[in-house]
Design a binder for this molecule. Structure first.
Ligand SMILES: *[C@@H]1O[C@H](CO)[C@@H](O)[C@H](O)[C@H]1NC(C)=O
Ligand SMILES: *[C@@H]1O[C@H](CO)[C@@H](O)[C@H](O)[C@H]1NC(C)=O
Ligand SMILES: *[C@@H]1O[C@H](CO)[C@@H](O)[C@H](O)[C@H]1NC(C)=O
Ligand SMILES: *[C@@H]1O[C@H](CO)[C@@H](O)[C@H](O)[C@H]1NC(C)=O
Ligand SMILES: *[C@@H]1O[C@H](CO)[C@@H](O)[C@H](O)[C@H]1NC(C)=O
Length: 393
């Protein structure tokens, strides 16, 4: 027998057996640990200790620790977690009385999906992007399946971007009046399907015009030059022309002036000379009046061309386009000059009145002092006269 045990054949067999058994046992353990069980937050969650409930009593651990949340263990060794909250999540393991691992499971808690709130953007005739937000926070990873169809047509997949929670359809049946989007959210606790109905031609909303440029026109104190590009997401076919809406106002003014144009650039010819102006441009499908205006392009600031001298505006006339090129510039400079003049006058008046007041006051004082001295002398004279009278002669 010892000879047999020590025989190389037997050793090889034993080594082979232990080698082949070890990974298989490890395999079982990792499989069991990688198992995830989902439970509803706030409910009682039951975790079974594996499939066979033979080896009771059992001991449960959470994250390798024997400290467990509020719970009870049933007669078959299952762990019932009562009124669970987020802190009850983690790796649960059950062991038999010898400390042998029987089962391990990861518990994740959350809520089943609720209805979604869906909205769609149509930046051109060939692209629909729909995005959604959850109405309930599920705390659980979810998958989405989205399909779009035009009324009377088949469902077509809407390609989902799971991290950004949106989906894209290219080449939709744009001319079908009503489209339906169907989004199914699925997580470990269930699934929910939400339907949204849309009229694509009403959702059509181009991106804002790009590379908007505003600048002064040299020699023109009331003109501004505005140019832009169509949004790059808009197909530049003549079949889908855009109309552009330009608005501008002197900074600080409440009222916008407007221009509509099919083409870039436009010249604004009634700017307020010498003032900083705000300018913005937006775009819309020219044919489809149900469609939406794009957002406004970012606010740009520009000042019309000015004569950069400090001399009086009485030089050679400016080559302006309106009837009063001179007065328009003069107008804006005059109030400031007048203000300065007025201020000087006021200061002069105040100084003058102070001088007058001081003079008058000092005159009064002098007169008063002299009067007093005179009175004093008179009293002294009187007194001496009385004295003299009373002297015995
Ligand atoms: C959870 O279990 C406790 C104790 O067994 C029980 O009183 C309670 O009603 C249960 N709650 C739910 C939501 O089932
Ligand atoms: C839970 O188990 C997973 C899978 O084995 C492991 O990656 C993770 O680190 C464990 N977490 C804790 C807190 O033990
Ligand atoms: C257990 O580990 C998980 C991470 O795997 C953690 O979220 C949870 O809070 C831990 N629970 C306890 C009671 O330590
Ligand atoms: C999405 O749903 C459609 C119809 O219900 C189905 O045919 C398709 O296989 C689903 N796709 C995925 C990725 O689940
Ligand atoms: C329509 O817009 C999308 C993105 O907004 C863009 O990727 C696509 O190229 C555009 N289509 C055309 C024909 O320009």
């Amino acid at each position: 027998m010892p000879g047999l045990l020590s025989s190389p054949v037997c050793l090889t067999v034993i080594w082979f057996l232990s080698w082949s058994l070890r990974p298989s046992r490890a395999q079982i353990q990792t499989d069991e640990v990688s198992g995830v069980q989902y439970g509803r937050l706030g409910s009682n969650v039951t975790l079974a200790c594996g499939k066979s409930q033979t080896r009771i009593p059992v001991v449960w651990h959470l994250n390798q620790s024997s400290a467990l949340p509020w719970h009870k263990v049933t007669s078959d060794g299952s762990l019932v977690l009562l009124h669970t909250d987020h802190s009850a999540q983690g790796n649960y393991s059950c062991y038999d009385s010898q400390g042998l691992l029987l089962h391990s499971v990861k518990l994740r808690l959350g809520h089943p999906p609720g209805l979604l709130s869906i909205s769609c953007q149509v930046p051109n005739h060939t692209h629909v992007r729909c995005s959604w937000v959850d109405s309930v926070k599920t705390f659980l990873p979810a998958k989405y399946n989205a399909t779009l169809r035009g009324n009377g047509h088949e469902w077509r997949p809407c390609i989902v971007d799971i991290t950004r929670k949106h989906c894209d359809v290219y080449q939709p049946r744009y001319w079908v009046t009503i489209h339906t989007l169907r989004v199914t959210e699925t997580n470990g606790l269930g699934s929910e399907t939400t339907y949204g109905r849309f009229r694509l031609h009403e959702l059509l909303k181009p991106d804002p015009p790009e590379s908007v440029l505003v600048k002064e026109l040299e020699g023109y104190s009331k003109r501004l030059y505005v140019s832009w590009n169509s949004p790059s997401s808009w197909p530049l076919h003549d079949a889908f022309p855009l109309v552009f809406h330009i608005r501008y106002r002197p900074q600080g003014s409440m009222y916008w002036s407007e221009i509509y144009s099919d083409v870039s650039p436009v010249i604004i010819s009634d700017a307020l000379a010498g003032h900083l102006h705000q300018v913005q441009v937006r775009a819309r499908d020219e044919v489809n009046s149900d469609s939406q205006w794009s957002e406004w392009s970012p606010l740009l600031l520009v000042r019309p061309w000015e004569v950069h001298t400090t001399t009086e505006p009485t030089e050679e006339p400016l080559p302006d386009d309106d009837d009063y090129p001179e007065t328009s510039t003069a107008k804006t400079h005059k109030p400031e000059a007048e203000d300065e003049g007025n201020l000087g006058l006021v200061i002069l008046l105040v100084l003058f009145s102070v001088v007058i007041l001081t003079t008058v006051l000092s005159l009064i004082f002098v007169v008063w002092v002299r009067q007093r001295r005179r009175d004093h002398l008179a009293i002294q004279e009187l007194a001496s006269m009385v004295k003299m009278k009373s002297m015995p002669i």
